[in-house]
Write a protein that binds this ligand. Sequence first.
Ligand SMILES: NC(=O)c1ccc[n+]([C@@H]2O[C@H](COP(=O)([O-])OP(=O)(O)OC[C@H]3O[C@@H](n4cnc5c(N)ncnc54)[C@H](OP(=O)(O)O)[C@@H]3O)[C@@H](O)[C@H]2O)c1
Length: 297
Amino acid sequence: MTGWTTADVPDQHGRTVIVTGANSGLGVAATRVLAVAGAKVIMACRDQDRARSAAATVDGDTEVRRLDLADLSSVRAFADGLDGDAEVDVLINNAGVMAVPKGTTADGFERHIGTNHLGPFALTGLLIDRVRDRVVTVTSGLHRLGRIRGDLNNDLNWEHRRYQRWPAYAQSKLANLLFAYELERRLSAADRRTISVAAHPGVAATEGMRRDTSLQGKLLAGGPAQSPEMGALPILYAATAPGVAGGTCVGPDGFAQRNGYPTLVRSSRASRDTGSAARLWARSEDLTGVRYAIGPV
Ligand SMILES: NC(=O)c1ccc[n+]([C@@H]2O[C@H](COP(=O)([O-])OP(=O)(O)OC[C@H]3O[C@@H](n4cnc5c(N)ncnc54)[C@H](OP(=O)(O)O)[C@@H]3O)[C@@H](O)[C@H]2O)c1
C-alpha cells in the first residue's frame, strides 16, 4: 500500500460524497481530488461564504450546504435538507476544532467533544440508512493522549476535571475512534454493506494546526508538517480504495505516523476498548437524542 497517491483514486463518476469542513485544510484538499476523479462532492460547511470561495477553487461537481456541527438543530436541518431520495456513497466526518479555549456549543457541550464527536455522531445517525458505501471518521495520532473517564460517567463535558485544551482535543479524537469501530461492529452485526473506517493525517500544515501557538501546542503538534495534500491521502484512501476493511484505521506510513503515504495503522488500546465504546455510544445517544436503528452487538 505504501506509495499510494491521488493517481490511485478510482474513478468516482456517479458517486456522491459528503465532506464536512470542506472549505479548509484537509477537507478542501480531499474535496479537490474527489471532484477531479468525478465525484459529486457535497461541501458541508458552517460558513457559506468561506465554503463558496473554496468551491470556486475546485474543478468538478460541488454543492455547498450549511452544516454547523456545534449546533444539533443545524445538523438536523442539514439531514432534513438533503433530497429525500438522494443516496450518499461516502460520508467523510472531517470537520473539527483543535485545542480551542474553553467554551460550549449551542447545546451546551464542551466545544471539542460537541463539534468533533457529538455533532458527527448525530449526523452519521441521521444519514446512516442512506450511506451506501462507507463512513470515514477523521481522528488524530493525539488520540493516544485522550482519556474518557468511565468513573465520572465519561465526563465528556469536562465538568469534573480542570479544563485543558489539548487533552480536551485528544479526548474528542479518542471518541472518534471508539465511535468508528463501534459503528463498524453494529453495521456488520446488522448485515449492512456500509462500512466504517477511521483515518488520520499525521501532522499537516493547516489553519487548525497553526492556530494554537502555545508552548504545549508547539510540543504536541509542532515539528515538521507535511502539506495538506499529503495529509489528505489517508482520508482519500479510506474513502475510495477498494478492499479497505471496516473497523480499521488508515494513517501515514512514516516515522511515528507523522507523515508519509497511507497504510493501515494501529491505534491505542483504549481506542479498541469495546466496553468504553458501548458506554460512549449510549451517552452520545442520550446527549444528542439521536438513536441509531442498528442496535448494540
Ligand atoms: N492538520 C493536522 O495535522 C491534523 C492532525 C490530526 C488530525 N487532524 C484532523 O483533521 C480534521 C481537519 O482539520 P484541518 O487540519 O484541516 O483543520 P482546519 O483547516 O482548521 O479545518 C477544519 C474544518 O472544520 C470546520 N469546522 C470547525 N468547526 C465546525 C463546525 N462547528 N461545524 C462545521 N464545520 C466546522 C472548519 O470550518 P471553518 O473554516 O468555518 O472554521 C474547517 O473547514 C480535523 O478533524 C482534525 O482534528 C488534523
